[in-house]
Design a protein around this ligand. Structure first.
Ligand code: NAP
Length: 670
């Protein structure tokens, strides 16, 4: 018997009064217990707020991203211990790759994005500067700063590791401590994962706590600085949503709940096409991975009327080859459901589907594991010939290896059927016809959190209908809960407050740590290209001498590069163009001359020019005009111990001090 501990206020706390038994999915025997009604939840919340939060907020985004990377690598080194435990949840080795390796991979993506897409500071900028006054002395900027409460993550049983890590990574990256509450049924796996993290010593105290068992009255004490994320059933979500304290304090509450996801075989995907085979593979895989206990699993299979029989035939063939059994055995393709309670629930729901659909595969009374006391079921495939009058097939989620085939006539019909799921996490369409893809998107995207298109061109790289990726949002409208997780840095901002900052350029520059147009500049004696990364300060500026452009320069550049566009070569043609007063200098000539004006020729800290952003030519330059350059340090981002990226704001002006071009130059500086 394993005792699943909670971890609160720095202590591991054993199960106590109110502990619930946990059974092995494979044998049905009780293998663990979890829960303790005497947990001091208020002390845990205070510990997160008073100890964990300040420690995390003292770090920069890059510090926290590096911390995530170390945690993920530590988990990867110890993942085998998690595999060993996780078999008892009914999961196979390939299921572990989704839950355990998938969770670690998700954390690594956030670690990498945090360093590439966020500043090495404590304020995240959301969008660009808004000029609010006429002369640029009153400007606005949206910023995000971390909430000062706790993220309470309540998870479903099906992903005891991925479910934790996909939520923990963005909340820690934001700078917000977390309390994890896993589903009791698989909490022993989550506990082992949390133990690995805590014992690694990589997290500050208070950044991560664990509740094994119920959350008591914790929700009644949260406030506007806290966030609750919930993944689970629609019924539990409804109860939690109605919590009066969450409502009256407008506590952020994100819901990922069940969903009747669909997959559509395109009208173009006839039985002899690669798309047809791909469709059968994807549906078969979604039905059997994690024994169908995936929130994104395909529950409704939509097939052109003419192809229903071939699809039934091909899918039943596919499912007949699936080996169901003890997930510890290498030959097993599909393990058990999480518990016998879950099995009973799935059978009850399958009976409801059976009222309006014919079962064409899978007999729970007669399959390889019928005699087992574990929570085994065969894949169960239904065929609903009349999906227009049917209700249950669009409404009842049997959270197991259960799915229903239904015919459709045309695109209007399939879109109507798709939308009858009343909001889903994901719909997939297997088609090579971009018109079909566009028509379904325009008619139905608003009902789905994700649309997944696949065909022979993308299949080798496609990540699968059911895989939520850290880069893309996960969540869906309506029935799916209306929540949103993941989606790159968006996920991090779910744990931050977006605030519109208004003020002068100097004030905004001081708050954000980035130079903005109009803020003070410093011109020193040393050329900034001679100063190492560490010595450069935001606002450091080089003001170049000026250079006059001649007609000869324009001709030489045109013939040297081959760019003899008429606006540079033909006075009459250029004058007839609404943008030019006559022959003008090439924009790239100006950029090249600008470089000639600002570079320092000797070897020095500038290692490379890695690109430029936001280039705008704002006023034409003609022969006889003189240009000069202002080069200002706008932002600095460390990349390695040896060098960092400097973003320079560059303005080219003419002899009348009018801007002719602006851009941001990127260099790597030692
Ligand atoms: P569940 O019974 O709703 O439980 C979900 C979580 O809520 C568990 O941690 C559970 O803890 C907790 N909980 C239950 N009652 C609570 C209460 N009154 N206060 C606070 N917490 C409470 O769902 P499940 O059976 O674990 O998961 C299956 C469902 O999750 C399916 O419907 C599936 O579609 C959905 N799901 C959705 C997603 C998604 O991303 N959209 C992902 C996975 C699963 P205990 O276990 O201790 O009761």
């Amino acid at each position: 018997m394993r005792n699943v501990h909670s971890f609160g206020a720095g202590q591991w706390i054993a199960p106590g009064p109110g502990a619930r038994p946990i059974e092995s999915a494979i044998t049905g025997d009780v293998i663990a217990q979890a829960g303790n009604d005497t947990l001091d939840l208020q002390a845990m919340r205070a510990f997160a707020r008073d100890v964990g939060g300040p420690a995390l907020r003292a770090m920069t985004f890059h510090d926290r991203a590096r911390m995530l990377k170390s945690i993920a690598l530590h988990l990867r080194d110890h993942r085998k211990s998690l595999y060993d435990l996780s078999f008892d949840t009914g999961a196979t080795q390939s299921d572990h790759l989704i839950d355990i390796d998938g969770g670690i991979g998700t954390m690594l993506v956030f670690a990498s994005k945090g360093r590439r897409e966020m500043p090495d500071g404590r304020v995240y900028l959301d969008g660009g500067i808004e000029q609010l006054g006429r002369d640029g002395q009153f400007i606005g900027q949206h910023i995000c700063t971390p909430l000062q409460g706790v993220a309470l993550h309540i998870n479903a049983f099906n992903f005891p590791v991925w479910g934790v890590l996909e939520k923990l990574a963005p909340s820690l990256l934001a700078g917000v401590p977390a309390i994890i509450k896993p589903a009791t049924a698989t909490s022993y796996v989550t506990e082992a994962c949390v133990r690995l993290i805590i014992e690694s010593g990589l997290l500050p105290n208070g950044a991560l706590q664990l509740i094994a068992g119920g959350v008591g009255d914790l929700l009644d004490h949260l406030d506007c600085q806290d966030v609750v994320t919930f993944t689970g059933s629609a019924d539990t979500a409804r109860t939690l949503r109605a919590n009066p304290n969450l409502l009256s304090n407008a506590v952020r509450f994100t819901v990922e709940q069940d969903s009747l996801n669909a997959s559509v075989l395109g009208l173009d995907a006839a039985p002899d096409t690669p798309e047809f085979d791909l469709f059968v593979q994807e549906v078969g895989r979604e039905m059997t991975t994690k024994a169908g206990q995936k929130c994104t699993a395909i529950r409704r299979i939509m097939v052109p009327q003419a192809h229903v029989d071939p699809v039934i035939h091909a899918l039943t063939d596919h499912l007949a080859k699936i080996t169901i059994g003890n997930p510890r055995e290498a030959a097993t393709d599909m393990g058990a459901l999480v518990s016998n309670r879950q099995k009973t629930d799935v059978l009850t729901k399958a009976d409801q589907l059976g009222q309006e659909a014919e079962q064409v595969f899978g007999d729970p009374e007669n399959f390889a594991m019928t005699q087992s006391k574990g929570a085994f079921l065969p894949p169960m495939l239904f065929h609903c010939p009349d999906p227009d009058t049917a209700q249950a097939v669009h409404d009842v989620e049997a959270f197991g290896p259960v799915s229903t085939i239904m015919p459709y006539r045309d695109l209007d019909h399939v879109v109507t059927l798709l939308d009858r799921g009343k909001g889903s996490l994901v719909a997939s369409v297997i088609t090579r016809d971009a018109d079909i893809a566009r028509d379904i998107t325009m008619a139905s995207a608003c009902f789905h959190g994700r649309l997944y298109f696949n065909n022979r061109d993308s299949l080798a790289e496609a990540t699968g209908h059911g895989a939520p990726l850290p880069h893309m949002t996960h969540g869906g409208p309506g029935r799916a809960g209306g929540g949103e997780e993941l989606g790159g840095i968006r996920a991090v901002t779910h744990y931050m407050q977006r605030t519109a900052i208004q003020g002068s350029p100097d004030i905004l520059s001081g708050i954000t740590g980035q130079w903005v147009s109009g803020a003070a500049k410093t011109t020193g004696k040393l050329h900034p290209f001679t100063r190492p990364y560490a010595d450069l300060a935001i606002g450091d500026t080089l003001a170049s001498k000026s250079r006059t452009i001649t007609l000869d320069d324009i001709d030489t550049f045109a013939h040297f590069t081959g760019d003899t566009f008429y606006a540079h070569m033909d006075e009459d043609g250029a004058q007839a163009n609404p943008f030019f007063p006559g022959r003008v200098a090439h924009g790239y000539l100006l950029l090249s001359f600008a470089a000639g004006l600002f570079v320092h020729p000797d070897p020095g800290p500038v290692l490379a020019n890695t690109g430029l952003d936001n280039l705008r030519f704002v006023k034409p330059v003609q022969a006889g005009d003189s240009i000069k350059v202002h080069l200002t340090v706008k932002a600095k981002t460390p990349r390695t111990a040896a060098y960092g990226e400097v973003r320079w704001h560059v303005t080219l002006t003419n002899q009348d001090d009018e801007a002719v071009a602006e851009y941001e130059l990127l260099t790597m500086n030692a």
